[in-house]
Design a protein around this ligand. Sequence first.
Ligand SMILES: *Cc1c(COP(=O)(O)O)cnc(C)c1O
Length: 391
Amino acid sequence: MSIAAAIGSVFALYSRTQTGYRACPMNAPQPKPWILGIHAYQPGKSKSASGKPLVKLSANENPLGSSPAALAALAAARSEAATYPDPDSRDLREAIASLYGLNPARVVCGTGSDELLNLAAQGFAGPGDEVLFSRFSFAVYDIAARRCGATPVEAPDTDLATDVDALLANVTNRTRVVFLANPNNPTGTFLPPSEVARLHAGLPSDVLLVVDEAYGEYVDPALQTAAFELAAAHDNVLVTRTFSKIYGLAAERIGWGTGAPGLIDVLNRIRGPFNVTVSGQKAALAALGDQAFVAAAREHNAAERARLAEAVAALGNHGLSFTPSEANFLLVHFQGEVSASAALEALAEAGYAVRHLPGQGLPDSLRITIGKSDDMTRVIACLRTLCGEAA
Ligand SMILES: *Cc1c(COP(=O)(O)O)cnc(C)c1O
């Protein structure tokens, strides 16, 4: 055994103990040490501690469900279960390109945008390289970096928002990929196009900037295409979108990305050959065709998010506040007599699962997905009651 391998094995055993992983004997298969550094993604909960089912306001799903056209396409696709899907998602890529004014050759589809985020890290970073992102951003970036053996690097935030100067200050000659969620999850903050352009302009041209726009369709329509233009003009920008959020198709696992041909080529080499299912391709195609549903979802979200924000602001004297959000959730802070844990418990008691992220450094906050109107009314009433105010 080489010295490096010996150190690796010792490190593997050590980190396994640290994470509470079942220690396996030395003659069992040994995972790569960087794999043991991964904390598996924690999905949003839908049950209380006692097992009672809750309304899920913990995973940023669309409370309006899916477009009826998408549901009809899904039902029709059931008869095609015996055939492989189109490996190139051609019809879907063409429809995406046509709707957003892109070149279909510069579009790739993925098993959720999650697959594309992981492939972007894997295609461009490895052991010895750094993958950079902001503190309080999407948990998948850390996992994507570690999965390929790269080192995740977190830049400090400013008031929970992405700080372009801090990101640029953390670029080293080892940085290969920078992830930016815009709007950001879990904070909901949004960097205007000028700031994204400034970030890009400050990066070396051989560093890949991934702009993750999972919530891109919720922002002001006038600001929705700026990142696409950046990706069309430069060889080092990949923009990702998803059908999981505003399009209401999270169960089908469909995401897509656009960027320079060289980037798309790399992702095509390493993605799953049949990575988007028959039903997924058909449902997404139908969903794209129902922009009335998308507009209704955006309007519902904006109105209910504003109502929740106003209600939280009215409880400011009880220590509640929020971070301004352009996404389909609101990050609410609890810095008075009512703690985030107490609010989490009270909301569960009232039938609602929201997201508490102490593991991500946000012990005093809850991320609340914007739900149906009557659910938001009950969430607001619950918060008011908890603060001793009339519901
Ligand atoms: C929800 C989310 C995604 C989408 O993941 P899918 O794999 O497409 O379902 C990507 N990025 C961020 C920041 C998200 O919050």
